[in-house]
Design a protein around this ligand. Structure first.
Ligand SMILES: [Zn+2]
Length: 407
């Protein structure tokens, strides 16, 4: 019999049996098992692990355990800087999106309340959850460790607590959600985006007390549910405040749907995903609806460059560095938003990140456009760029919608 010694660090210990926590764990084995299989046999799914050192060297999950090996296992944590060391898992880029197991309904509502994109279906089976996580690049959150051991699940989190508020705190900690939260932006029921709605237009649908007292109303763009700032909203606000440490803006009357850092637009396109993907990435198609004449197209890590053809903006340069390109699912690029005029050098300024996400929807494709990172811009530029692109994306989303429907 061969023997290896394991040491698990930080919160990974929570996943071990009590007697193994915080100490070296001896493991006896035969043959040459992969380090992934052994770590998972001790109760730690691979989605929880950031870094594995085998005899002092970073190794990947396929590393074969040898006799007398010493293995150190470190948790995934977004801000853990492993520097030049090799991570065992892929890095989670951008704002995390989630898919939650059926038993986590309350947590799904809390996360949506904090503004995050969460897929949840009480009846979803393991197969469907793993597939959605893999295909849509979502973080699979579950208490079922077996589910997280599946190889196709790249990003996941094993919930420790049984209590929903604690679960929210765990997920917020692990994925550093405090600075990303934009509360009251999403429908708690269906995950759709909320939009402000004029009181007059929905007055008959409101309970009398709400009609009297609430002037600010929001409607879910997907299911039509109405939202107003009632007592349950204040209770939820307090919860988010406790968990996220009040690092988002809850003050002010227009807290719902309010963010100065990001613009988000969502549209249902009556076209299959392949068609929408072509409209986003084909140099000519993109040029037609976005109104830009590109000299170089979209390729991973490359710069798409050209001139804006929008009347009155012809002197603007279009220059976008492609950061992610996952066919028919996700395209993201970085650029300098809303150039204020020709001849101004923005190269020292931080860029914003534009992300297009494509999802299947009953009648076609749901396209979500997010531009984030405005808060990092110099204050005098931020407001102008935000305002300009807020209106700009509204127009562009209409343009792409017309373009793919052939209207
Ligand atoms: Zn809804």
């Amino acid at each position: 019999m061969k023997r290896a010694v394991f040491r698990f660090y930080a919160e990974l210990n929570e996943l071990l049996t009590r007697e193994r926590r915080g100490s070296e764990v001896a493991h006896e084995f035969r043959g040459e098992p992969s380090v992934k299989d052994v770590i998972e046999s001790m109760g730690v799914p691979h989605t929880e692990v950031e870094l594995v050192l085998g005899d002092g060297e970073p190794v990947d999950f396929s590393w074969r355990l040898r006799d007398r090996a010493r293995v150190a296992v470190y948790p995934r944590f977004r801000s853990l800087d492993v520097g030049p060391l090799t991570r065992v898992g892929p890095r989670l880029v951008g704002e995390p999106r989630f898919v939650l197991d059926g038993h986590l309904g309350r947590l799904a509502r809390y996360l949506r309340m904090a503004g995050f994109d969460v897929r949840w279906d009480a009846r979803a089976g393991d197969e469907a959850l793993a597939r959605i996580a893999a295909e849509e690049g979502r973080v699979l959150v579950t208490r079922d460790r077996g589910l997280l051991k599946r190889r196709c699940v790249a990003h996941g989190y094993c919930v420790r607590s049984l209590e929903p508020a604690r679960q929210l705190a765990e997920v917020a900690h692990r994925f550093e959600l405090a600075t990303l939260a934009a509360p009251f932006r999403r429908c708690l029921v269906c995950n759709g985006l909320l939009e402000p709605v004029a009181k007059r237009s929905v007055a008959e649908q409101l309970p009398p007390r709400v009609r009297e007292r609430c002037d600010e109303l929001w409607r879910c763009g997907s299911c039509g549910k109405l939202y107003w700032a009632g007592s349950h909203v204040r209770r939820m606000e307090r919860l988010l405040d406790d968990v996220l440490g009040g690092r988002y803006d809850v003050a002010g009357r227009s807290r719902m749907a309010k963010s100065t850092d990001r613009i988000e637009k969502q549209v249902l396109l009556r076209a299959p995903r392949a068609r929408v993907w072509r409209a986003l990435t084909d140099i000519r198609e993109f040029g037609t609806w976005f109104r830009v004449k590109l000299e170089t197209g979209f390729a991973l890590g490359a710069v798409a460059r050209g001139h804006v053809t929008y009347p009155g903006y012809e002197h603007f340069v279009f220059e976008a560095t492609v950061e992610r390109m996952e066919p028919e699912r996700l395209l993201s690029w970085r650029w300098h938003p809303a150039p204020a005029g020709a001849g101004v050098d923005y190269s020292k300024e931080p860029t914003t990140l534009v992300t297009f996400t494509l999802e299947d929807a009953p009648e076609g494709t749901r396209l979500t456009v997010v531009e984030s990172g405005f808060d990092a811009l110099p204050p005098e530029r931020r407001e102008q760029a935000f305002r300009m692109n807020e209106g700009g994306w509204t127009t562009q989303v209409e343009n792409v919608s017309r373009h793919v429907s052939g209207a």
